[in-house]
Design a binder for this molecule. Structure first.
Ligand SMILES: *[C@@H]1O[C@H](CO)[C@@H](O)[C@H](O)[C@H]1NC(C)=O
Ligand SMILES: *[C@@H]1O[C@H](CO)[C@@H](O)[C@H](O)[C@H]1NC(C)=O
Ligand SMILES: *[C@@H]1O[C@H](CO)[C@@H](O)[C@H](O)[C@H]1NC(C)=O
Length: 482
């Protein structure tokens, strides 16, 4: 038992695996036993739409679904085979008290129906349902019809992000780390590929999460044309890579201010710019990008003098080049999906093709777990691949290594999977954070643009990052080279 758990410990830093305390608990906790109940398959001849319609606890969601014929058609299509994340009434906020300043009048919402759905998806499904409910109080009129139509269009976009175009029960859902949704944006974000969502799971406690913050409360509700997973709050189509980092200021405040300081925002952002005069405006910024975002801790661990230099007027050029080295432009890389917008190719096939035997595991680079002496007995990876990716910084590439494993843990319940993800030899994590315009991965050390080959020996001391100790010997000069 001990030895087969080692790989999980080893990789704990890179993947949001349960923290160590759970190992001391009895693995057969009450929650785990419930797994088996969830697996009893039922013959269900109603479609997803009919199942929801017949269940009072989804009445508010159904009211919203009913506004979009296209969503109804898909969820009620007997030929379909889809996954739907459904939010019950309890996951939708209640309308504000009467007399509140904070009114959700449709007029006050900044959408212009002619702009298309893209800019509308910033809306939260919960707020939309409230707006739909307000329609009930309106007398029939052309205005009401307009509102209905406009709301229906927005709702279609948001609900498309709650639909996966294949049937994935919870056991299938944990196989990979990200999935394409039914939502494709017209403005070219993600190179016209569907936006993705990410899946996180833990065995103890048994938990299935979508996009890190949304909990699946009830799994595997069978329907004739797919499967429903009930979620506690609505999913939110993700913002751009840049905006996403502002959601976690304590983690990313250094890197977001660095990006702004050297005017690199458009390399990771994609945002709506209102048009002038009659123009309807448009989205500007990177359509597709992958960013390895160093945490604030990564900046704080740099030698103090270096940090001061980078954020001084003299260091701006070095800072810009360093940041450019962390951006993979026109490329979407999730650990289980890679798309090169530049050459218009999906390289998922080649990922599958590159099955590889036993991968050398190097636990000593794991930043949070520390060194483990035993070589963990990992099974062969399900898939493994290496990629060399050009960065925004000319003539500089990143070397990425990915391997996905099926864990052999002696616990009941569905199989466990985990991913080993390295960039230039350093562990990445959390990883696979979906964004409107690509992927965000988190690293706890800045990547050294001189490449990883020169610096095999990697140590980190309490006092700081030894890799950067000799920065004065090369960095200022390097920054000035073209
Ligand atoms: C997981 O990803 C791999 C590689 O992209 C793919 O072949 C496989 O079908 C995916 N599994 C599921 C359940 O989607
Ligand atoms: C969404 O689902 C419909 C029906 O299955 C399909 O025609 C459409 O291509 C899908 N769109 C995306 C982006 O998956
Ligand atoms: C990826 O590169 C590493 C280090 O060079 C090597 O050990 C590993 O076998 C490679 N993996 C694949 C799938 O090629």
């Amino acid at each position: 038992m001990k030895s087969s758990l080692v790989p999980l410990l080893c990789l704990g830093g890179a993947y949001a695996l349960p923290a160590l305390p759970w190992l001391t608990q009895s693995p057969i906790s009450e929650g785990l036993v419930h797994y088996w109940d969830w697996f009893a398959p039922l013959e269900e001849d109603r479609t997803i739409y009919q199942v929801l319609k017949d269940d009072d606890s989804y009445s508010r969601l159904v009211k919203a679904i009913d506004l979009s014929d296209r969503v109804v058609d898909l969820l009620d299509d007997p030929e379909a085979s889809v996954t739907f994340f459904a939010v019950p009434n309890s996951g939708i906020p209640h309308s504000p008290k009467h007399g509140d300043d904070d009114d959700y009048e449709l007029d006050s919402v900044s959408f212009a129906p002619k702009c298309g759905d893209e800019r509308d998806i910033a809306h939260d499904l919960g707020q939309l349902v409230l707006q739909v409910e307000q329609l009930d109080d309106m007398p029939e009129s052309r205005d009401k019809d307009h509102r209905k139509e406009a709301l229906g269009r927005i709702i279609r976009g948001i609900l498309a992000y709650h639909i996966l175009p294949e049937k994935l029960d919870s056991a299938a859902l944990v196989e990979n780390s990200t999935y394409a949704t039914n939502l494709t944006l017209k403005d070219g974000s993600m190179d016209h590929k569907p936006l993705r969502l990410s899946v996180q799971s833990t065995v103890v406690p048994p938990r299935l999460r979508i996009n890190t913050v949304v909990d699946v409360m009830k799994r595997d509700i069978e329907a004739s044309n797919g499967v429903i997973h009930s979620i506690n709050i609505p999913l939110l189509p993700p913002p751009s890579v840049f905006s996403e980092m502002f959601l976690f200021p304590e983690v990313f405040s250094y890197v977001t201010s660095a990006i702004q300081r050297v005017h690199l925002t458009s390399a990771v952002d994609r945002s709506w710019t209102p048009g002038k005069d009659s123009d309807h405006g448009s989205f500007i910024g990177a359509e597709t990008t992958t960013f390895f975002a160093p945490t604030s801790g990564a900046f704080q661990r740099l030698p103090q003098k270096l940090r001061l230099f980078l954020f001084s007027p003299f260091g701006a050029k070095a800072l810009r080049k360093l940041l450019e080295f962390h951006v993979v432009p026109e490329f979407v890389l999730f650990t289980d999906y890679a798309h090169d917008a530049f050459s218009e190719s999906d390289i998922a096939q080649s990922i599958e093709g590159q099955q590889h035997g036993s991968l050398q595991t190097d636990c000593t680079t794991s930043s949070t777990v520390g060194s483990l002496d035993d070589q963990p007995p990992l099974t062969d990876p399900i898939y493994a691949y290496n990629l060399t990716l050009p960065t925004l910084l000319e003539h500089h590439t990143l070397h990425v290594q990915v391997a996905r494993y099926k864990a052999k843990i002696p616990l009941p319940g569905p199989a466990r999977y985990f991913t080993r993800f390295l960039v230039n030899g350093r562990h990445v994590g959390p990883y696979d954070i979906p964004a409107r315009n690509g992927a965000l991965h988190v690293i706890t050390e800045l990547l050294d643009p001189r490449g990883h080959h020169k610096h095999h020996k990697h140590h980190r001391h309490e006092s700081g990052d030894l890799d950067w100790e000799d920065w004065e010997e090369w960095l200022p000069q390097w920054a000035m080279q073209n």
